[in-house]
Design a protein around this ligand. Structure first.
Ligand code: PLP
Length: 344
C-alpha cells in the first residue's frame, strides 16, 4: 500500500462519481450546448450568488483567465509573495497577461488591508505601473492551509472599493475554509469580483476548476479560454463529476482536516521534526533540521511507501484527501515510527 500525501489532486473518482460521469448527457461545449457543463456552471454560479461561471481544465487556467480578463499589459497585480498565481503557474501572469506583480510579505500568505493599501500605486504617477487587481488565496497553500475569515476579507474589499480595484480569489481550496468557519458561499460571492474554485482537489474530481464572476466578465474569459486552447467539446463527462462532488464531497472535507491534525500529532513524536505549521485544514507542513535536506527526506519516505513533496529546502508537505482513509492513517503511523533514527 502506498500512502500518497503529495497532494489532494491524487484522488481517483469513486464508483458513484464514475456512474454519474457515464450517465451524463453530452453536447459540444464550444457550441455552448453541453447540458451537463451548462448545469454545472449554473449550479456553481448560483451556489455563490454570482452571475455566471466558466468550467475549465485547471485552476491555473481559471486564475490566469481571471488575471487576463481583469488587466491590460503593463498593469500590476497585488498578491502575497507565497501566492500560487505567482509561484506555481509557470510565470503565466507575465507571459499570458503581460502584467507585473507586487509581491507582499503577508502572514503565512495572508494579506492585511494595510499591506494592500500601501502597495497601490498612485494612478496619477506615470512612472508606476497601474495597480489593477488584488488577488487573495484561500486556503493558503504555502502558508500551510490557513484561511481568511469573512471580516478579514471584507476589510480588504473596502480598500479595493476605495481604490476602485477588483478583487480576485484563488479559492482552489475555498471549501476547506468554509467547512471550518461555517461561512456561506453566498457571503464570499458578494466580496469578490471573481472566484476560482478547484473540483480536482479536496472535492475528488479527476479534472476541473470553475471561474465565477459577472456575466460580461465570464463572456470575456470564455473568449480568452478559447484563445488559449481551452475550448473543450464533450466536457460533460467531467462536469458530471463536478456536479456529483458539489452534492456529495463538500461536508466530508472535515474528515480530511481531522486526519491532518492526527498526522501532526504523529510528527510531533519524530525527533527530526523541528517545527510543524499550525494545522488549520488538510495541509501539513513540517520543518527538518539544517542537517537534513527535504529532498533526501522525501526520498527516504518514498522508500517506506510514504509520498510527500518538498516545500522548501528543509520543509516537507503532506496533504490529506478523499482517498486517504483511517486505514492509511494507521499504516502511516506504523511506518513513521519505524523511520525514527533513519537519518542519524
Ligand atoms: C492546485 C492549486 C491551483 C490550481 O492548480 P491546477 O493544478 O492548475 O488545477 C491554484 N491555486 C492553488 C492555491 C492551488 O493549490
Amino acid at each position: 500500500m502506498t500512502i500518497d500525501l503529495r497532494s489532494d489532486t491524487v484522488t481517483h473518482p469513486t464508483p458513484a462519481m464514475r456512474e454519474a460521469m457515464f450517465a451524463a448527457p453530452l453536447g459540444d461545449d464550444v457550441f455552448g450546448d453541453d447540458p451537463t457543463v451548462n448545469a454545472l456552471e449554473t449550479k456553481a454560479a448560483q451556489l455563490f450568488g454570482m452571475e455566471a461561471a466558466l468550467f475549465c481544465p485547471s485552476g491555473t487556467m481559471t486564475n490566469q483567465l481571471a488575471i487576463r480578463t481583469h488587466t491590460r499589459p503593463g498593469d500590476e497585480v497585488i498578491c502575497d509573495q507565497l501566492s500560487h498565481i505567482y509561484l506555481y503557474e509557470g510565470g503565466g501572469i507575465m507571459a499570458n497577461s503581460g502584467v507585473s506583480v507586487s509581491l507582499l510579505p503577508g502572514e503565512r500568505g495572508k494579506l492585511t488591508p494595510a499591506l494592500v493599501r500601501d502597495a497601490i500605486n498612485n494612478p496619477a504617477d506615470p512612472h508606476r505601473p497601474l495597480t489593477r487587481l488584488v488577488s487573495l488565496e484561500n486556503t493558503m497553500n504555502k502558508g500551510g492551509g490557513c484561511y481568511y475569515t469573512l471580516p478579514e476579507i471584507a476589510a480588504i474589499r473596502q480598500v479595493c472599493d476605495d481604490n476602485k480595484l477588483p478583487l480576485h480569489l484563488d479559492g482552489a481550496r475555498l471549501f476547506n475554509a468554509l467547512v471550518e468557519t461555517g461561512e456561506s458561499t453566498e457571503a464570499h460571492g458578494q466580496l469578490f469580483d471573481s472566484i476560482s474554485i478547484c473540483l480536482s482537489k479536496g472535492l475528488g474530481c479527476p479534472v476541473g476548476s470553475l471561474l465565477l464572476g459577472k456575466r460580461d466578465f465570464i463572456t470575456q474569459a470564455r473568449r480568452f479560454r478559447k484563445m488559449m486552447g481551452g475550448g473543450w467539446r464533450q466536457a460533460g463527462f467531467l462536469a458530471a463529476a463536478g456536479i456529483y462532488a458539489l452534492d456529495h464531497h463538500v461536508n466530508r472535507l472535515k474528515l480530511d482536516h481531522s486526519r491532518a491534525r492526527k498526522i501532526g500529532a504523529m510528527l510531533e513524536a519524530l525527533p527530526e521534526v523541528q517545527e510543524i505549521y499550525p494545522i488549520d485544514t488538510n495541509i501539513v507542513i513540517f520543518r527538518l533540521p539544517e542537517s537534513i535536506l527535504a529532498t533526501d527526506y522525501v526520498q527516504q519516505l518514498a522508500e517506506k511507501g510514504i509520498r510527500g513533496v518538498t516545500f522548501g529546502k528543509h520543509l516537507v508537505r503532506f496533504v490529506t484527501h478523499h482517498d486517504f482513509t483511517d486505514e492509511h492513517l494507521a499504516e502511516l503511523e506504523t511506518r513513521l515510527k519505524s523511520s525514527i533514527g533513519l537519518h542519524n
